[in-house]
Design a protein around this ligand. Structure first.
Ligand code: GLA
Length: 384
């Protein structure tokens, strides 16, 4: 992964006359288990070979000077005035600063350069990667001794407060805890996790990027979360032990939520997605990628029809690979309303697949298709 460390060092020296600490934090994929994390369910993510980079060094005053290489933009402030800005990217960094301040960590001023190669808006969670890189870098710089799990929680809260997305814990967890060539089987209730080696001889994970990010994404995300909570509240009246959809069954849903068809559909999807993931994990453990792939297609249909967070571009890309022998499984990935589909593809067939899809996608949607062949890598770490 080419992160241009030398260029970052040169730029840092030029702007701030010092040598920085450098931390990288990857984007993530998720094989199956979508919109289950905030319902205390299961997910199966991994960190990828595209990462955000944060270069950082202390200052003698209480200023915070930020520079984003991607945009060629800077944003400066003082530590007594950490507020949201109209610019997008500083929010993820300042959200972390705000969380650290609220928890009483003694920050001083710092200079920070943001770089890296995670595609923005592609649904691989560049925002979580920025948050994790920032909290890790500040922890290194000031020696706060914060544990990795607490850093994950700080990063998630930063997203809630500064980006306004009431996300679950998956993205930040995967970015921080990723391990090369392994997926993470994470229980989002207990936060117990296990690394799963994935053996996919002859296959690659290919992300097909719709190149759209519909503006609905963050508002609808929060609406889904509320709909799930509403379903839980309805079931709780009869079954007080139901604390989240993790505890619910289809029988309980039938009994308590039938009167509200929309809420019913949303909850049904989540309950079944957890079951689907567990079956899929068994296939993965047995090396049965074919059946694992089938579960991915099933998951897509359910999230599209019942949870309704897909969009025509994502559905189109999944539909176009259903009958393709080179593709074992495909589904939309992440929050939805744009971003990528994740595909398990026979390696030798990738160029032809991409060629075929690029042509028809352009014709059908008027958009260019991007693609990324992904490798699974280590989570957040210091490189300098
Ligand atoms: C976004 C959120 C995650 C998760 C996914 C959907 O990526 O940040 O917490 O809910 O959507 O699975």
């Amino acid at each position: 992964m080419d992160l241009h460390i030398e260029e970052v060092n040169r730029l840092f020296k030029e702007r701030y006359q010092s040598k920085p600490i450098i931390v990288v934090s990857p984007g993530r994929i998720n094989l199956i288990g979508e919109h289950t994390d905030y319902n205390e369910g299961f997910v199966l993510p991994a960190a990828i070979d595209k990462a955000i980079l944060v270069a950082i060094q202390k200052r003698d005053d209480n200023k915070v000077c930020l520079y984003a290489m991607e945009y060629g933009e800077e944003h400066n402030l003082t530590l007594d005035k950490v507020e949201k800005t109209t610019m997008h990217w500083p929010g993820y960094i300042l959200g972390i600063v705000d969380q650290l301040q609220k928890r009483g960590f003694p920050l001083q001023g710092f200079n920070l350069i943001l770089g890296g190669n995670v595609p923005i808006g592609a649904g691989v969670s560049s925002s979580a990667a920025v948050e994790c890189a920032t909290v890790f870098a500040l922890n290194e710089l000031f020696g706060f001794g914060i544990s990795k799990l607490d850093m994950v929680k700080i990063a998630q809260k930063a997203e809630h407060d500064f980006a306004g997305v009431m996300c679950g814990i998956m993205d930040q967890f995967a970015s921080m805890f990723g391990q090369e060539n392994k997926v993470i089987s994470l229980d989002c209730r207990s936060l117990e996790y296990e690394y799963f080696p994935i053996e996919m001889t002859g296959l690659k994970i290919v992300l097909l990027d719709t190149n759209v990010k519909h503006s609905l994404a963050s508002t609808e995300y929060n609406v889904r979360r509320q709909q799930c909570e509403r379903g839980v509240a309805m079931m709780q009246q009869k079954y007080p032990a139901v604390k989240s959809l993790r505890d619910a069954t289809i029988e309980m849903l039938d009994e308590c939520v039938k009167t509200e068809p929309l809420i019913y559909k949303r909850c049904k999807y989540v309950i079944e997605e957890n079951i689907r993931l567990q079956k899929a994990c068994k296939y993965l453990a047995a090396g049965d990628i074919k059946n694992f792939g089938k579960k991915m297609f099933e998951a897509h249909d359910a999230i599209s029809k019942e949870y309704e967070v897909s969009c025509k571009e994502l559905d189109y890309l999944v539909d176009q690979v259903r009958e393709d022998d080179a593709v074992l499984g495909a589904r939309m990935m992440g929050g939805g309303f744009g971003g990528c589909t994740i595909n398990l593809v026979k390696e030798e067939a990738i160029p032809a697949l991409v060629k075929r899809l690029s042509g028809i996608y352009k014709e059908a949607m008027g958009l260019d298709l991007k693609h990324y062949v992904i490798a699974i890598k280590d989570g957040t770490h210091r490189v300098q």
